[in-house]
Design a protein around this ligand. Structure first.
Ligand code: AGP
Length: 630
């Protein structure tokens, strides 16, 4: 949930340096700020001392502080943007935290679960604490081990050894980065249940919470495993376990270019990413089927025989990703006839779920670091289930700990509120469902080919909606004073309604609620009063079970009680006009694929309304892009 950057460079000559640690770390923090922005801080090693600055609030506050009180030139530095867990977002609680008489600086992402007992132990040794954080306890522990247990011997990699011994004491989730004044050419890092990747440069090396932290300098990355320590210098990267035994990382090429992580000319990452959606769906489909419509999910490294024996699927996810799972449920059950449950990750393992070797766990996560989902996946694996990760972040923890992964190729999603990853997740889940149907013979190859052909038309249909977005934008601006908005949907439109409500909550801080349209008369209709805005996601009139007629009735019910009805309907659907104050048409598409289209107007609406209120649509209050604490 925090952004972390580390850097060690080598002087290109006696005077000039390749890069100044301050510049590299600040650039990395700028790209990682979406991971948390309650405070920011930086520490550098220079002239035998640690120099650090830290400020609550956004990175810009730290930049101002650095302008007022510059740091010395340095080749070694660490930096941190924080999403507060222990202790409020204050200057004092900001990272880095110092120890060993100010000679050691530490930054941390995660939660040290046994910090209280460690703090008591250190207080008993006379250590004084300046903050409320678990991180300062970790820093003090590291400093105490370095100075008192190892005698501060820098000669044989004392900081690495101290980190090993400290990690043996720590419980919980942590990524730690440490620098020490007595070891000016080294950054030592450790990870357990929290993200960390290494960036490999020429005469310089990097550390980051994800590759955004160093993408401007190198695309060579090394993913680290669980319970590993990495010691970087300008010319070396050494990986060990928590007991000093050599360990291996896996090098890979980062295919994101710096530009694609920028705004591409849009006023916000959020708007850019909404407009990235045609490509996000296209890229996720690319290369996963042949001309005959045969799916080739070669990254799905699970024995086909096991997949054939699957008798239950449980989708594990949170937030928007859970709604993607709910959409996928309708398609997977329809195509594969496998009972499919969608579980909120944080609820899953506490309900004594029924999981065995015939259960297929499908986790859905944009970041691949959501702790709730990671813990749920681990629990399911302990029960013997096979696990597939649908994920948008290469090399992140959840796919690394899953039996197989189906990456969404939406590209970096920087805005905290998820959009393109959501459509890409649904697309990947459809591919998984079709693959299972193909493997188990539920669908003929021709049928699968037809569905893939329909999926192949989706990017252009999304673009068509985007090309006509001004109408929905105008509505968003006109409703900037709304106090409450309801969203109704049925069948696959129900999770879309939930997602539309979540977008409005996240971006505009307006109370919004999504309902199954059929549920209205069982209570929620009492909420309807004159002028109450109600969005209704209407299924295709070509659909089955007369769902369309039932939803049109729902519109009449709320309209009759004074609601202001805003309808998302399929092109040509004239039946809704009589009961809608506004109708936004989406291109005709098969019922199960409709969420890839009906979601888009709701995203645009929420974005525009929030922008009209002057809110920061990329970094909404109280939120972070990746929730890496339970
Ligand atoms: C999405 O708009 C939200 N920011 C949030 O609900 C998010 O989907 C959820 O936290 C799950 O994140 P993940 O996909 O990275 O696991």
């Amino acid at each position: 949930m925090c952004g972390i950057v580390g850097y060690v460079g080598r002087s290109a000559g006696r005077v000039n340096t390749e890069h100044n640690a301050l510049d590299v770390v600040l650039e990395g923090l700028r790209r990682l700020e979406y991971r948390g922005y309650d405070s920011a801080g930086i520490a550098v090693v220079s002239d035998g001392a640690i120099s650090s600055r830290k400020k609550s609030g956004k990175l810009s506050n730290l930049v101002a502080e650095l302008e007022a009180r510059p740091l010395p030139e340095s080749l070694t530095g660490i930096g941190h943007t924080r999403w507060a867990t222990h202790g409020g977002p204050t200057d004092q609680n900001a990272h880095p935290h110092l120890a060993d008489g100010g000679k050691l600086a530490l930054i941390h992402n995660g939660i040290i679960e046994n910090f209280a007992e460690l703090k008591l132990e250190l207080l008993g040794k006379g250590v004084e604490f300046a903050s409320e954080t678990d991180t300062e306890v970790a820093a003090a522990l590291l400093g105490d081990i370095y100075r008192n247990r190892l005698g501060g011997d820098a000669a044989d990699g004392g900081l690495t050894r101290a980190m090993e011994l400290a990690c043996q004491r720590l419980e919980g989730a942590f990524t730690l980065l440490a620098v020490h004044a007595e070891q000016p050419d080294v950054v030592v890092a450790a990870r357990r249940n929290s993200p960390l990747v290494v960036g490999l440069g020429e005469g310089e090396n990097f550390l980051g919470s994800d590759v955004s932290g160093f993408i401007d300098y190198t695309r060579r990355a090394v993913e680290l495993g669980q319970d590993q320590i990495v010691t970087i210098t300008a010319d070396s990267v050494e990986i060990t376990d928590f007991y000093g035994a050599p360990a291996e990382g896996k090098e890979y090429h980062v295919n994101w270019d710096p530009a694609s992580a920028e705004k591409g000319g849009f006023p916000s990452f959020m708007e850019k990413e909404i407009h990235d959606q045609p490509d996000a769906v296209l890229q996720t489909l690319l290369g996963r089927s042949d001309v005959h419509g045969k799916l080739t999910l070669d990254e799905l490294r699970i024995d086909p025989a096991l997949l054939k024996s699957v008798d239950k699927i449980i989708v594990l996810a949170c937030g928007t990703s859970a709604y993607a799972g709910q959409v996928a449920k309708y398609a997977i059950e329809h195509w594969c006839r496998i009972p499919t449950e969608v579980e909120l990750s944080h609820e899953f393992r506490y309900r004594d779920p029924i999981v065995d070797e015939n259960t297929l766990i499908v986790s859905i996560s944009q970041s691949g670091e959501t702790m709730d989902t990671l813990m749920a996946v681990r629990y399911a694996k302990e029960q013997g289930a096979k696990t597939v990760s649908i994920c948008n972040t290469n090399g992140s923890t959840i796919p690394r700990e899953s039996d197989a992964v189906l990456y969404t190729h939406a590209g970096p999603e920087i805005a905290v509120a998820s959009t393109k990853a959501f459509l890409a997740q649904i697309t990947a889940a459809y591919l998984l469902g079709l693959y299972l149907a193909q493997l188990r013979g539920n669908k003929f190859q021709g049928e699968i080919k037809d569905i893939l052909a329909d999926l192949g038309k989706i990017p252009a249909k999304i673009q068509q909606i985007l090309d006509n977005e001004e109408q929905i934008k105008e509505l968003g601006r006109s409703m900037a004073d709304a106090k409450s908005v309801l969203f109704l949907g049925r069948h696959v439109g129900f999770p879309v309604a939930m997602e539309g409500a979540l977008k409005l909550k996240e971006l505009a801080y307006i109370h919004a609620e999504g309902f199954a349209a059929g549920e209205l008369k069982h209570g929620p209709i009492a909420l309807i009063e004159e002028g109450q805005p109600v969005f209704v996601v209407v299924p295709s009139p070509r659909g089955r079970d007369s769902l369309h007629a039932k939803v049109v009735s729902n519109i009449q019910e709320v309209r009759a009680r004074g609601a202001k009805t805003i309808v998302i309907a399929e092109e040509g659907d004239e039946a809704v006009k009589a009961y809608a104050e506004h109708v936004f048409y989406i291109p005709e598409t098969p019922t199960l694929l409709a969420p890839l289209l009906s979601t888009v107007p709701l995203q645009i609406f929420a974005l525009e309304l929030a922008s009209a209120k002057g809110y920061d649509v990329d970094q909404p209050r109280n939120l972070a892009k990746s929730v890496t604490v339970e």
